[in-house]
Design a protein around this ligand. Structure first.
Ligand code: DON
Length: 565
């Protein structure tokens, strides 16, 4: 193994120095791109983005129109009741920024708010009903993006979303799946039930879903900007609805919400510049840390089972740090520089053995991993000027808290479940953590969402996916595929597997491992668990520096759509 690592170090040393510096951004080459590309999880969202580009808008305008449209056409995944991360690259300046519109805990939230008198978690309390909801960030984020980075007026950007909410959209299979899953939860929200379970049965595929209250809420957002949601009528309706059903939001919580612009995580690994989500997401740190660990090995020389073993081992270690150290950077001190450093990764890598799995022990024993489906959503855009957006938007699990404050059409998130409600108690994605991610008023809950740019002399890739904790392993596998030369369609189609430290289990999609590789991984000591169904919904746009070609690909597992023009 030491020899393998040395071989890789020699390979790295032979790389021209040029490969080790950050790749220049497209627009800094001084040329416009021949094409623009969009990949989203729904054809109407892709069309909304294209409509803005055709109207003279930039990628940031497209991002606002896409995000707002997804709120209407994928009501199970994201929306005005949830949060969002947008990673931006501004071609003119080369500036890259992470727009953090993550939900925050309400002012009256306390660390023990989901525990009973005996200190035990109250089942379902972080997942269903208004107590499960953080203060939404996406509406503020839309206004922020449009104002600071867009060229078109907010009314024009939200017009497609308003149109679809008012005139109705066809119910998709994804919507129905989520409705089946949330049927019993829906009983506690008559407004949500009336809209999505007319006559007590879930809407069927192909039926028309009209959302007039949501259209009115979007209109108030257009008219009032930030105040059109966080103050005035919408705020009143939201707070009344939440409080009359056991929630704790106040008008002040809404008025105090702020979008935060953060420096993205940025690192050069083996000639590829990785730009990704900083805390309060674990995504960027885990991605860079795993890539740094892998850079000590000669991956191409390894057989497929050993390569997979190595990926599992680096994920195990990165997820351990996620559990121990990460949370909202405005509340806890995180050793980001250390976690991103190659030296730190080299130290971690010395504990990896190629001939056996490292048991995760420590925290709770092995449990069952929870599949991340298509709830939450991602889109990727590159415009012809070279501006880029990777956006991951979420209300957390299917239909969030399954709660709609009367008169708003807004489905509230259940993102509070991303906090640690008690050390050692796993959340909906079977993730454990520490006080770093404990609940506190105004604090952002730790995320795994990882909107990402990859930049190298080859070109650029813009990528991301939903999938809860599995986002991190999906983005890592797609990144490795791009580094190894894969094009966008292969990146999104790639069969997936996942490890997250605890539970000490490797989850895998059918086809990810051959029978022989499964046997080899078991022999190394891994516990394998086949996923019941495929997971994730990755959207990728790439730009090839040599040919100028833009390519967009939408995950074959989802119902998304792309455009390149
Ligand atoms: O922020 C997070 O990490 C989660 N709330 C994302 C949830 C998600 O991707 C659900 N998808 N399956």
């Amino acid at each position: 193994m030491t020899a393998t690592r040395r071989t890789f170090a020699r390979c790295l040393a032979l790389l021209p120095a040029l490969l080790l510096v950050a790749a220049p951004a497209p627009a800094r080459d001084g040329k416009a791109l021949a094409q623009a590309g969009i990949a989203t999880a729904h054809p109407l969202a892709t069309a909304a983005g294209q409509e803005m580009l055709a109207a003279g808008g930039n990628a940031f305008d497209a991002a606002v129109a896409i995000s707002a449209t997804l709120a209407v056409v994928e009501p199970f995944a994201s929306g005005l009741g949830g949060g969002a991360f947008w990673l931006l690259h501004e071609a003119r300046s080369g500036r890259q920024v992470f727009v953090d519109a993550r939900e925050v805990a309400p002012g009256a939230a306390t660390p023990g708010m989901y525990l009973d008198a005996a200190g035990n978690p109250v089942p379902g309390s972080t997942l269903t009903g208004p107590l499960a909801a953080g203060i939404p960030g996406q509406p503020a984020g839309l206004v922020h993006l449009a104002k600071r980075y867009g060229k078109l007026p907010l009314g024009q950007l939200l017009a497609p979303a308003i149109r679809h909410a008012e005139e109705g959209v066809a119910v998709t299979r994804g919507m129905v799946l989520g409705l089946q899953f949330r049927q019993s939860a829906a009983r506690q929200s008559p407004e949500f039930a009336a809209r999505f379970y007319p006559g007590g049965r879930p809407l069927a595929e192909g039926e028309l879903l009209r959302q007039p209250e949501l259209a009115a809420t979007l209109r108030r957002l257009v008219r009032g900007g930030f105040d059109g949601y966080y103050r005035g009528e919408t705020a009143r309706l939201l707070v009344d609805g939440v409080r009359s059903s056991g929630g704790i939001w106040t008008q002040d919580d809404l008025a105090a919400y702020r979008v935060v612009e953060r420096e993205p995580v940025r690192a050069v690994v083996g000639g590829v510049t990785v730009v990704s989500a900083p805390p309060p997401s674990a995504g960027g740190i885990a991605l860079v840390n795993t890539l740094n660990m892998l850079s000590g090995f000669d991956r191409p020389a390894l057989d497929p089972a050993t390569r997979a073993h190595l990926n599992i081992e680096v994920l195990r270690r990165a997820f351990r740090d996620r559990a121990m150290l990460l949370g909202d950077p405005d509340f806890v001190s995180i050793p980001v520089a250390r976690l991103l450093s190659p030296d730190y990764a080299a130290g971690q890598a010395t504990t990896i053995r190629l001939d056996r799995a490292t048991p995760s022990d420590g925290l709770a024993g092995p449990g069952t991993t929870v599949a991340g489906g298509p709830q939450t959503t991602h889109f990727s855009v590159i415009d012809r000027a070279g501006n880029r957006v990777a956006g991951t938007l979420s209300i957390n699990t299917f239909y969030g808290a399954a709660f709609m404050p009367p008169g708003t059409g807004v489905i509230l998130n259940n993102e509070m479940d991303d906090f640690v409600i008690k050390p050692g108690v796993a959340n909906g994605f079977a993730l454990v953590g520490t006080d770093a991610n404990a609940i506190a008023p105004g604090k952002r809950m730790l995320s795994s969402m990882a909107p990402t740019f990859l930049e190298s002399p080859r070109g650029v890739a813009v990528l991301g996916t939903p999938g809860g904790s599995r986002i991190i392993s999906m983005v890592l596998l797609a990144t490795l595929a791009w580094i190894d030369g894969a094009e966008a369609p292969a990146m999104v189609a790639l069969k997936r597997y996942h490890h997250q430290y605890q539970p000490d289990v490797v989850a895998f999609e059918t086809g990810a491992f051959s029978d022989a590789d499964q046997a080899a991984l078991r022999t190394l000591g891994h516990r394998l668990e086949a996923s019941a169904r495929p997971y994730g919904n990755m959207q990728v746009v790439t730009w090839d520096r040599a040919t100028g070609k833009v390519e967009a690909a939408s995950d074959p597992r989802g119902g998304g759509d792309v455009t390149v023009y």
